[in-house]
Design a protein around this ligand. Structure first.
Ligand code: CDP
Length: 246
């Protein structure tokens, strides 16, 4: 692993990977990449490579897990053994269990579970290559996989982290910023700006958190635009959308 850099941000406000403090890494998405899944999305964000697959709504077994008034949404985040520098031991870990739980909850206000009582909707997020920010990358991919599966949703969910390096707030941390920075705050939100996931590693003041949330909001706006462009490409044109809205 590389050593801690002397400086994360140069005198011109440019980070080690050439970005400004409020700039996200380049993101590309491709929907419908898996033919056996009901919905899927492959997403690259910087050097992160993530595949999300959605299965369902389908009957839930064992039946005692069924919820009479709504579907159960299960989210499984997994890192492939080969996704990081040191091999990851296959199978669930404390980290992946925690990330799965909070990531599933990030979709709570948008997935219209009431339409599928007793059913299950399974979301699998597989990290193929990790380079900091995999839980947020997985959420961005999972949103599109859910839409691809035709799951009714009130809107999209986007996720991005904010952190602190050299005393400055930066969004979408890269690996050295994540490893050696002073704070890492992954956040997910709905299109209305409702925060559905917020975790924090390190220390930030209340003012820094408030400013960081605003920076993430701006980052998520960019992600929503990328997600919507992918949806338009797959499902229709802007003109058709306008007709639907009338
Ligand atoms: O990936 P994310 O930022 O959501 O989670 P993290 O726990 O803050 O991990 C940051 C990064 O550390 C990951 O993206 C991986 O690149 C790396 N990592 C690793 O190399 N080995 C692990 N067991 C876990 C994470």
């Amino acid at each position: 692993m590389s050593d801690k850099p002397e400086k994360f941000i140069d005198e011109n406000g440019i980070r080690l990977d050439g970005r400004r403090v409020d700039e996200i890494r380049p993101m590309t998405v491709e929907m419908g990449v898996l033919s056996r899944a009901d919905g899927s999305c492959y997403l690259e964000w910087g050097n992160n490579k993530v595949l999300a697959a959605v299965y369902g709504p389908r009957e839930l077994h064992p039946r005692r897990l069924q919820r009479p008034g709504e579907a159960l949404v299960r989210y499984r985040y997994n890192m492939a053994a080969f996704s990081v520098e040191d091999r990851i031991r296959p199978g669930p870990s404390r980290r992946s269990t925690e990330i799965s739980k909070v990531s599933g909850e990030a979709f709570e206000p948008v997935v219209m579970k009431q339409f599928y009582p007793s059913a299950v909707i399974d979301v699998f997020a597989e990290v193929l290559q990790a380079d900091a920010g995999t839980r947020t990358a997985a959420i961005n991919a999972a949103t599109l996989a859910l839409v691809d599966a035709g799951i009714p949703m009130k809107g999209l969910v986007a996720a991005c982290a904010v952190g602190k390096v050299d005393g400055q707030l930066v969004i979408d941390l890269n690996k050295p910023e994540d490893n050696y920075g002073d704070a890492d705050l992954p956040i997910a939100m709905t299109e209305d700006g409702e925060i559905t996931l917020l975790q924090m590693d390190g220390n930030l003041t209340v003012e820094e958190i408030n400013k960081g949330v605003e920076m993430v909001k701006a980052g998520c706006e960019q992600i929503f635009a990328i997600q919507k462009a992918a949806l338009l490409e797959k499902f229709g044109t802007a003109e058709e959308d306008e007709v639907l809205e009338d």
